[in-house]
Design a binder for this molecule. Sequence first.
Ligand code: KG4
Ligand code: ZN
Length: 355
Amino acid sequence: MGAPAKPLTVLGIETSCDDTAAAVVRGIPPGPGEILSNIVVGQASAHRPFGGVVPEIAARAHVELLDQIVDRALEEAGVTLDSLDAIAATAGPGLIGGVMVGLVSAKAFALAAAKPLIAVNHLEAHALSARLCQGTEFPFLLLLISGGHCQLMAAEGVGRYRLYGATIDDAVGEAFDKTAKLLGLPYPGGPQIEALARQGNPKRFALPRPLVGREGADFSFAGLKTAVRQIVKGGPLDEQARSDLAASFQASVVAIMCDRTAAAMEMFRTTFGKKNETLHLVAAGGVAANSAIRSALQQLAHYQGFELSIPPAELCTDNGAMVGWAGVERLFAGLNDPLDAPPRARWPLQDIAVQ
Ligand code: KG4
Ligand code: ZN
């Protein structure tokens, strides 16, 4: 028997949207790993007056915040750059200005400390977060639901993803954010809708559930958002009606999530369900922080014979720990990147295949 693998310690930097984040994680795949520090500074208040993320404001804020956040992450973890095994940063997909800020810093740290650089795909970081938290083994069915993405995939290994379905219009987080805006709620809208929906009657408004029952595992939210807009335009809503609309919207999203995930479960079962092994479903991304979606997925998984893993809410939304962990996974697999690794605005997960 060879010597047991040594746990890897990696700094993870995340700047692809409106959170500036850095973390230090340590572990050996498949995990779980240890989060030695995890600093996230959200910029929501800077973007709130505009009702959404303004790329230039985000990039500038990342520049101003990142160095101190990295210092804090190293200090809280009790490590120095020299004691790390690698530096990982999100290299895309995301707002290009922000991605550049994080990636350039990571390159500078990697160069100065003579450590490997890992250019992480943000979606892969979300995808692998269940392994950081619970050590979920491959393969697993992945429901990736965030502000920019909404897709169902089979995760077969590091760098190996097979797409089952994706949104044909808005991402689900975008649908939450736009609906919140229509209801006069501040950005980011997901948590606001969730809170308002608690007071509401989900049966009050019969909202559309696009693509439910249809073949395949694609998503669509545009019709749902339009229906909400029509109701809002139809006249002033009192407090109860706003809550009822939020609850009805969330109920539609939950129904869509469950139907599309159930369809993908069948596809996944056909390919991976033969060996009499436990089937795994992982939900990740900011929208997986929603408790109505979490409990509906729990029921669905139970009914379909899948074991569900969802990271705790604070690791569903953007953070540096998931980026550091993706770094651990890639370094462990012998994958690192040259110092001229490019930042990418677009970078589909199914395109990162390791040859
Ligand atoms: O993963 P994330 O932090 O950033 C992206 O990569 O997009 O996801 C942010 C999205 C936003 O659209 C936000 O409204 C949504 O996740 N979100 C939620 C909740 N918390 C965050 N949506 C519904 N319910 C929540 N509790
Ligand atoms: Zn994200």
